[in-house]
Design a protein around this ligand. Sequence first.
Ligand code: SF4
Ligand code: SF4
Length: 156
Amino acid sequence: MSAERPFWETTDLADMTPDQWEALCDGCARCCLHKLQDQASGRVYLTMVACRLLDREICRCRDYRRRTERVPECLVLSVATLPRADWLPETCAYRRLLAGEHLSWWHPLVSGDRETVHQAGVSVRGLALSEEDVHPGDWFRLILDEAAPPPKRPLI
Ligand code: SF4
Ligand code: SF4
């Protein structure tokens, strides 16, 4: 007898309900970091500077429902926009599923615990700075070496 497989393993991204789609987000908030683009190569770099609406402790948007009104450049991730968002970290659940990969042990849907994304060092907790504290001219000094460093393994 085998256990029933979870929805993210059996449902295409395009066929997910809005609730399933939202549940896929691991809460890392890496997509809420400001980005810089190299004009020559086109490559996009994540910085350690976070959007002004991000609660940097809980890694949640403070006004998710009205986020695009308040921050017009905020990306609304969907099946249509996901393929173009190649700057998303390799840990991003949407990116992983699009690439045919599994969710990692620290994803809250797998662990059953919203803290594991922070414990694994995947989220921006303890990393992100507020855009209100950093002049835009200094953002290039705060580029992350890697968009998604390898997560730490669980201790148990
Ligand atoms: S990078 Fe992906 S998983 Fe992380 S908060 Fe953004 S949408 Fe969610
Ligand atoms: S508006 Fe909210 S969801 Fe959008 S980038 Fe800012 S904190 Fe993140």
